[in-house]
Design a protein around this ligand. Structure first.
Ligand code: FAD
Ligand code: PYC
Length: 415
């Protein structure tokens, strides 16, 4: 007999059907708008469509459970210290929304602006990060350059000895950067969207996109039946190419596993976020006390939510060199997500060549920080049928017209 927690729980309540509030709603036969993907970006999109554009006849469909994709798997680093003006605009838009998100949603997202320190380990890093500091200041975004001693004063467990394999030559600090609780972000947006009438349908994979004689979308095929709709927003990180192929659109995306892990919980030791792009490691401490550590992407494309163990092992070596006092900690668990990356490491947000079909993807290793801003501008794009001004530079056509927004250095945890 198969062991099932759900079966046991149902037995405990006398075999009665789940109370209505515990059951996934059945999707209706038609909606004004269908959002594919109940991650943070999809849920935020539905929330802002309902809240700011009065579009409430929305279904958010997910093949798994709400927030079970990258939204619930990332290391929650939030910052806006990107290089290009277009990127600074969207990430800063998002950072401003983070600052008031808990009160906006009436849900504690545990946003904590404790500072993000990006370490420079060689002359190239120094030049790149100093360039970012200058660019950010010109854009009105906080970012400052620290000497190794100043970095150590900001983050006492950091080792800055010259004998390290990756010595710290300096660091860029964005004090307004920080972390939040990823699950809470998904749940907060979901609860607020649901309260405005949005249907969030879990265990409902989209398997096809239907189009009419004029080429415009007419609906989606799902594992729970066909749903008619005139507007579809695809926000399915890692799986965007598969979904867009259902409508005949080829995407400039590659999907990679990206891993993270946590240590056993300890008393507060890590006061800020530290990222080291050169050695592919980043670390912060959760409110439960676990050290939250992330790795670089796997070298090969894959849809596996696992990733090579050697990648995680390399990250741990780097963490132990940078923070020798963490060497004796035991790791509790590790996991992976699937991120999709574009050639310029910037997202794609906007309409597509298929009327009624919109896409938001390509956030790669760095879309958690963008969740509120991305949902906000994508909702406006869907509602108006044309890109929100902040989203406009991130259109799919930039790969045809040759206007990439190169963020390889700012986005890079590993490429
Ligand atoms: P997701 O949360 O992945 O949501 C997409 C949803 O689409 C999923 O729930 C999936 O089930 C659903 N879906 C897919 N196919 C279908 C289908 N056919 N039908 C229905 N539903 C479908 N970003 C940062 O800014 N800071 C970080 O510190 C950071 N660290 C990271 C660490 C790791 C280990 C990983 C994996 C990612 C990290 N990221 C980080 C990136 C960030 O997590 C993502 O960019 C962001 O969460 C994407 O959100 P989303 O809502 O678009 O995607
Ligand atoms: O984009 O800041 C980021 C990030 C950190 C870890 C993974 N992505």
């Amino acid at each position: 007999m198969k062991f099932s927690l759900f079966a046991l729980a149902r037995q405990a309540i006398g075999g009665a059907p789940w109370p209505a509030q515990w059951r996934d709603p059945e999707p209706r036969a038609s909606y004004d708008t269908v959002i594919v993907g109940a991650g943070g970006h999809g849920l935020a999109t539905a929330y802002y469509l309902a809240k700011e554009h009065g579009i409430r006849d929305i279904a958010v469909l997910d093949k798994g459970w709400l927030g079970g994709g990258n939204t619930g798997r990332n290391t929650t680093i939030i910052r806006s210290n990107y290089l290009r003006d277009e990127s600074a605009a969207i990430y800063e838009h998002s950072l401003k929304l983070w600052e008031t998100l808990s009160s906006t949603l009436n849900y504690n997202t545990m946003y904590s602006p404790r500072g993000v320190l990006m370490l420079a380990h060689n002359e190239h890093d120094v030049r790149v990060f100093r360039r970012h500091v200058h660019a950010n200041r010109a854009q009105g975004i906080d970012n400052e350059w620290l000497t190794p001693e100043q970095a150590k004063a900001f983050c006492p467990p950091l080792y800055i000895g010259a004998d390290a394999r990756y010595p710290v030559l300096g660091a860029a600090l964005q004090r307004r950067g920080g972390v939040a609780r990823h699950d809470a972000v998904a749940w907060g947006y979901a609860r607020a969207a649901s309260a405005m009438g949005v249907d969030i349908v879990q265990n409902c994979a989209v398997t096809g996109i239907a189009r009419g004689p004029d080429g415009a979308v007419t609906g989606v095929e799902t594992t729970r039946g066909a749903i008619a709709t005139k507007r579809i927003g695809v926000v399915a990180a890692g799986h965007t190419s598969v979904l867009m192929a259902m409508a005949g659109v080829r995407m400039p995306l590659e999907s990679f596993p990206l891993q993270a892990l946590v240590s056993e919980p300890v008393k507060p030791i890590m006061p800020c976020v530290v990222m080291s792009n050169s050695v592919h490691a980043y670390i912060s401490q959760s409110d439960k006390g676990e050290l939250v550590i992330g790795a670089g992407t796997d070298a090969y494309t894959s849809y596996s939510q696992a990733g090579g163990l050697h990648i995680a092992a390399h990250t741990l070596e780097a963490i132990c060199e940078m923070f020798p006092s963490f060497r004796r900690l035991r790791m509790l668990r590790n996991w992976g997500g699937i991120v999709d990356t574009t050639p310029d490491r910037s997202p794609i947000i906007g309409p597509t060549p298929v009327p009624g079909l919109f896409v938001n993807c390509g956030w790669g290793t760095g879309g958690f920080k963008a969740t509120p801003g991305s949902g906000h501008v994508f909702a406006a794009t869907i509602a108006r049928g044309e890109p929100h001004p902040i989203a406009a530079p991130f259109g799919l056509d930039r790969f045809r017209t040759g206007r990439p927004i190169d963020e390889a250095a700012a986005a890079a945890v590993s490429h």
